[in-house]
Design a protein around this ligand. Structure first.
Ligand code: PMP
Length: 428
């Protein structure tokens, strides 16, 4: 029946949005990190970085139902949940942040962040990095460089977007101990040449961990040096936390904390609504005022009564259930087990990531680092047959991204590692 429903969907719905598999299972129910399809088959959800609290969380269902029955309006009305959610968000960031704007998605958060930065600096030019994804709107797409999401990214790029090499110290142009400084030098050179050309950069946007390239960490020293160089030239820095933020990395609530930097603007979404559409921009009042003096911002459902009530409940549960700590503990266990597996399985070139944001990079040869892309796709398909839903990522499609709900247990981690070992040992 999954095939029949997919066929029906394909006749009325645009084919642009792909699924995890060519013949995807039709998922009917979810509970914590587990999914069940219409045939009653169980799967471990290793890929859902939206549902951070886990599927079917009763406290969120109750908060949503209560609010929906009481009131749900467009966001111009005055109600208490916006302040409650904004205050909760501001408690997670340093004092330099004092202002929140609520939207419906990561794309909208990025688009609004770019607008704010442009209004504040009065500059149009934006610096971003290779192998990135920031969203689908015209502006967010313009700063998204990942060729797997957009094969024509380079030819369609507007003139105001400037792209640095991905600071990838595993397979990039600079590797090893001095990689951070070497990449930072490249960034300074580009900033200088743009300033000399009369188009100084106003905005730097990047993830604080190279999420869409497979969870690869930034080399030490890189981000502080780039932030410093951008600011010296009068620019502002956006940390796109849509994927890596909100406690997923276990050791940090926000990804930028790993690097000892504080951005000017934070973008967040996915996790915020535990599956309900919700995103935010967190910034300084001065930056928000710059846009207010030049234009306006309004989103009918961004931060609606329902969305902001759900957002506040998600943060409350995340804290009450200690899910960031769980991500650290279970993620560290999972990472150690995957590294041990890499000692036995030469196809695993590296295990990237932190907490419950891991990437398993498959290579055909550990010295040439030739990407094992077809193998990765086949491994994903075999894992699915064995009850694990996971997906390849990155420009080379050779990294398994591991991003389960943050309630993930050691037992589930063990099941995943054992199943992966079975696939790698017995063939796919
Ligand atoms: N930024 C990053 C880093 C993302 O990973 C994504 C989504 N994959 C987005 C922005 C866009 O978010 P959304 O899909 O909610 O629009």
């Amino acid at each position: 029946d999954a095939a029949a429903v997919l066929d029906r969907r394909n006749r009325s719905y645009a084919p642009l949005q792909g699924h995890y598999y060519a013949a995807p299972p039709r998922i009917e129910r979810g509970w914590k990190e587990h999914l069940i399809d219409t045939q009653g088959r169980h799967y471990l959800d290793m890929v859902n970085n939206v549902t951070v609290l886990g599927h079917g969380h009763p406290a969120i269902a109750a908060a949503a139902e209560r609010q929906w029955r009481m009131l749900n309006t467009n966001s111009r009305f005055h109600y208490g949940a916006v302040a409650e959610l904004s205050e909760r968000l501001l408690r997670t960031v340093p004092d330099s942040f004092d202002t929140v704007l609520l939207v419906n998605s990561g794309t909208e958060a990025v688009d609004l962040a770019l607008r704010l930065a442009k209004a504040f600096t009065g500059r149009e030019d934006v610096l971003c990095v290779q192998e990135s994804y920031h969203g689908w709107s015209l502006a967010a797409d313009a700063v998204s460089t990942s060729t797997s999401d957009n094969p024509r990214a380079e030819e369609t790029r507007p003139a105001w977007v400037h792209v640095l090499d991905a600071p990838n110290s595993y397979r990039g142009t600079h590797r090893g101990a001095g990689a951070g400084e070497a990449y930072a030098r490249d960034a300074r050179a580009m900033l200088q040449s743009l300033a000399d050309a009369g188009t100084p950069v106003g905005t730097y946007i990047a993830e604080p961990r190279n999420g869409n390239a497979g969870g690869i960490g930034l080399p030490p020293g890189y981000l502080p040096a780039v932030y410093d160089a951008v600011r010296r030239q009068g620019g502002v820095c956006i940390s796109d936390e849509v994927q890596v933020g909100y406690g997923r990395q276990g050791f940090y609530f926000w990804g930028y904390q790993e690097h000892g930097v504080v951005p000017d603007i934070i973008t967040v979404a996915k996790a915020m609504g535990n599956g309900h559409p919700l995103g935010a921009v967190i910034t300084r009042r001065q930056i928000a005022d710059a846009l207010a003096s030049q234009g306006s911002f309004f989103s009918s459902s961004g931060g609606s009564t329902l969305s902001s009530r759900i957002g506040a409940a998600v943060l409350e549960v995340l804290e009450a259930e200690g899910l960031q700590e769980n991500a650290r503990e279970v993620g560290s266990y999972l990472r150690a087990e995957l590294e041990a597996l890499a000692d036995r399985q030469p196809l695993i070139g590296a295990v990237h990531g932190l907490g419950l944001y891991l990437g398993i990079e498959f290579v055909r040869d550990r010295s040439s680092l030739e990407a094992a892309d077809t193998e990765t796709a086949a491994i994903c398909n075999r894992l699915r047959e064995l009850g694990v839903i996971v997906q390849p990522t990155g420009d080379r499609q050779n990294v398994l991204k591991v991003k389960p709900p943050l309630c993930f247990t050691r037992d589930s981690a063990r099941f995943f590692v054992d199943t992966l070992e079975e696939v790698l040992s017995n063939g796919w």
